[in-house]
Design a protein around this ligand. Structure first.
Ligand code: RTP
Ligand code: MG
Length: 148
């Protein structure tokens, strides 16, 4: 099953949005495979956002993502990479549609609440960057006999 890497950015953590964001993906029907609250080192930030190295906002981006705890997650499900990007909304919250995460909670492009992998290649790369294989859990949601 397809997996994606999602991360509540420092602004989302500071604003107590972890629960609401997790809830959206749970309610959509995706399966959580791993999650942790963590600090991002400069080295990890530069690797993660390596594709933007030459952009004028790179320094600010690295400074922001290392500024406080993030909530890193791996989610699993059919077409989860593209679906999660749709649920996040456009990069600039001013263009993100209402009912998307950035549309509902964000204001400015530099602090847009959540990161999500943009392709199968990025998902594979980012999951490996942030998670050890032992931190990801494979399980089935089939035994419902204990839910009343
Ligand atoms: P992300 O990687 O964080 O999920 O965001 P994204 O794919 O929607 O956008 P991307 O083009 O990958 O840009 C990465 C992050 O850089 C910041 N940014 N600032 N000042 C600017 O013009 C500008 N453009 C991009 C955003 O915080 C964006 O999420
Ligand atoms: Mg991106």
């Amino acid at each position: 099953m397809e997996k994606t890497f999602l991360m509540v950015k420092p602004d989302g953590v500071q604003r107590n949005l972890i629960g609401k964001i997790v809830q959206r993906f749970e309610e959509k029907g995706f399966k959580l495979a791993g999650a942790k609250l963590m600090l991002v080192s400069n080295e990890l930030a530069e690797q993660h956002y390596g594709e933007h190295k030459e952009r004028p906002f790179f320094g600010e981006l690295v400074e922001f993502i290392t500024s406080g705890p993030v909530f890193a997650m791996v989610w699993e499900g059919e077409d989860v990479i593209a679906t999660a990007r749709n649920m996040m909304g456009k990069t600039n919250p001013s263009e993100a549609a209402p009912s998307t995460i950035r549309g509902d909670y964000g204001i400015t492009v530099g602090k847009n609440i959540i990161h999500g992998s943009d392709s199968p290649e990025s998902a594979e790369r980012e999951i490996k960057l942030f998670f050890d294989e032992s931190e990801l859990i494979t399980y089935e949601k089939v035994d419902t006999t204990w839910i009343y």
